[in-house]
Structure formats: structure tokens, C-alpha cells
Design a protein. Structure first.
Length: 312
């Protein structure tokens, strides 16, 4: 079974003060974008979970969210069939899997690659192992893996069983998912600085910075979602000042890119990826080329809100 695993961007990200559990309450609008990792799944009848990855710098043990997702599902399968949990190792007769991960989405870029990989692993193995777990249960397992993982599952009611969510408002610590329409005909220019931003450090920095109230106000419009150029002016990311305090270079890149393309440039998640939006693909591609040539930044022009079906 081969599955495409899309990246996400946070179009809008508002962050509230840290809660007792150490997490921050969020209001974020996440959409998938047309940048994909690929995962290949094949059954292992000896009950093993094995991962190989095209990027040798990534761990392929329990530190990888793909392995965590597979093991959680394996334990769930054992529980629902009345067996013992196998979270610590292979048990004969249990479903196993060999996973090959072709990595394209940059890591540490705020593009949710690891979370997306974990979500598609839950969906694919639910099908490959014939578990028929409801989306509600997959969403609960997803939330235990990471705050961004439930988004890709599209919430407890799910979409159709093998589809990835493409646009949702997420609240709580990110795990409460309400699907919404995506902005139509929008092209995203992604700017991918060659730096990795550690999410916990960005949130720690956020706790040291002056807090801006109104984080839980809804963004909205009376009728239809406005076109890309207007929409951009309504969007913000409360983690930008914290990320730019950690990396002033990233802040400078954002400002210069904004001047170059004469429109707002936002950061995705906790960074380091930056993005801007266009209604017209050709104009987007020209802007991407300008940013690439003037700022020596890797850029990509990709469609917004792609849906990935499982491919077999
Ligand atoms: O849930 P996830 O593993 O992606 O979170 C990584 C880290 O980001 C957490 O350990 C926490 O420090 C921070 N975080 C947060 N509030 C959130 C989401 C993440 O403080 N809503």
C-alpha cells in the first residue's frame, strides 16, 4: 500500500497563555499543501514493526512518530482482540508491518511532516490490518502522538475512511478539529530557510514575551472566504515574535521577502518555514523565483488544500 503524506501550513495561529499541563491553548487554521512524503506499507507476518527512511539523519526507532503510531495501533489491535499489549516488541500472530518512508517535507520547518506521516500510518494500518477502528478512536490515538496529528485525520467524524483532511480550524492544544472550507484557487509560495526551529523552545520563548490578548477571537468574513491577497491581511501567527527572537535572521528574511513581493509573508507553526499566498499561479511562480534569486532561499510554489487518498 502506497500513501502520499501531505505537509500542512498554519494559515492563522493564535496562542493563549500556558496551561497547567504545560501546553498552550490554540486557535489555528490549518490546510494541507501540495508537498508530500511517500510511505509504502507491506505486511510483516512475524509481527515486527520496521521502518526505513530515505533521510539518514532521522531516527527509525520509537523516536520516529511513524513507529510510535504503528506500535500504538498494534497494541490497540491486541487489546481489541483480547490479547496482551505488545508495545515493547513483536508477538507471533500479531499484525506487523515494514514501512519505507521517502522524505521530502523538511523537518523542523513547521510543516507537520512527522505528524502527517503518523496520521497516514494510523489510517493505512487500520486498513492493511483490517482493524476497522472508528475515526473517533484513531483521533484519540493521534492526540497521544502529537498535537498536530488529529488535524490530518479530520476530527472524530472523519471524512471517508481513507482520506486526509485538507482544511480545519483546530483548538484545544491543536487536537480539537472542525473541518472548514479551504480558500479556493490559492497558490502557496513556500520559503524554506535552511534552519530547524525546535517547537518547545519557541513556546518557552513565547512565555517570556509580552502577551497579546484576543488570541481566541475568531477570524471571519460575512459571506465567502476572500481571495488570497485580501485573506493574507487577516492572518497572523502569534509565534512569530518568539521565533524571530530566537533567530533574528529568520525575522529579517521574512521582512525582506515581504518587501520583495509587496504582500504579507507569514511563518507556519513554530517556523522556520515562511509562506505567502496568490490567486494566480504564474504570479506566484514569478514571486518565488524573485525570492529565491534575491534571498538565496529555497522556494516552492504549491497548491493549497490537497486531499490525499490512500493508493494501493
Ligand atoms: O504536541 P507536540 O508534541 O507537537 O508538542 C511539542 C511541544 O510544543 C510540546 O512539548 C510543548 O512544549 C509545545 N506545545 C505547546 N502547546 C501546544 C502545542 C505544543 O506548548 N498547543
Amino acid at each position: 500500500m502506497r500513501v502520499l503524506s501531505p505537509a500542512k501550513i498554519n494559515l492563522h495561529l493564535r496562542v493563549g497563555p500556558k496551561q497547567l499541563d504545560g501546553f498552550h491553548p490554540l486557535v489555528t487554521w490549518m490546510v494541507t499543501v501540495g508537498l508530500f512524503d511517500t510511505l509504502d506499507f507491506s505486511l510483516d507476518t512475524a509481527g515486527r514493526v520496521g521502518l526505513s527512511c530515505s533521510d539518514p539523519s532521522l531516527p527509525v526507532d520509537d523516536r520516529n512518530l511513524v513507529v510510535r503510531a504503528a506500535r500504538l495501533l498494534q497494541a490497540e489491535a491486541a487489546r481489541t482482540s483480547g490479547g496482551e499489549s505488545s508495545i515493547s516488541g513483536p508477538v507471533a500472530g500479531e499484525p506487523g508491518v515494514r514501512i519505507e518512508l521517502l522524505k521530502v517535507i523538511p523537518t523542523g520547518g513547521g510543516l507537520g511532516g512527522g505528524s502527517s506521516n503518523a496520521a497516514v500510518t494510523l489510517i493505512a494500518l487500520n486498513e492493511l490490518w483490517g482493524l476497522n477502528l472508528p475515526r473517533q478512536r484513531l483521533s484519540e490515538l493521534a492526540a497521544g502522538i502529537g498535537s498536530d496529528v488529529p488535524f490530518f485525520l479530520g476530527g472524530p467524524s472523519g471524512i471517508c475512511p481513507s482520506t486526509i483532511c485538507s482544511s480545519a480550524i483546530c483548538t484545544g492544544r491543536g487536537e480539537v478539529v472542525s473541518r472548514v472550507d479551504s480558500p479556493s484557487a490559492t497558490w502557496v509560495v513556500l520559503m524554506l530557510p535552511d534552519m530547524s526551529m525546535p517547537t518547545p523552545a519557541v513556546y518557552r520563548q513565547f512565555d517570556q514575551m509580552p502577551f497579546s490578548p484576543g488570541w481566541n477571537e475568531a477570524i471571519g468574513w460575512s459571506q465567502q472566504c476572500p481571495p488570497a491577497e485580501e485573506l493574507l491581511r487577516l492572518l497572523r501567527n502569534d509565534l512569530e515574535p518568539s521565533a524571530f527572537a530566537i533567530s533574528p535572521e529568520l525575522g529579517r528574511l521574512r521582512k525582506t521577502a515581504e518587501t520583495l513581493v509587496s504582500r504579507p509573508v507569514r511563518m507556519s507553526g513554530s517556523g522556520s518555514s515562511l509562506f505567502t499566498l496568490f490567486s494566480d499561479r504564474e504570479v506566484a511562480e514569478k514571486a518565488a523565483f524573485l525570492i529565491h534569486s534575491q534571498l538565496a532561499l529555497r522556494t516552492m510554489t504549491v497548491p493549497i488544500a490537497v486531499i490525499s487518498n490512500l493508493q494501493k
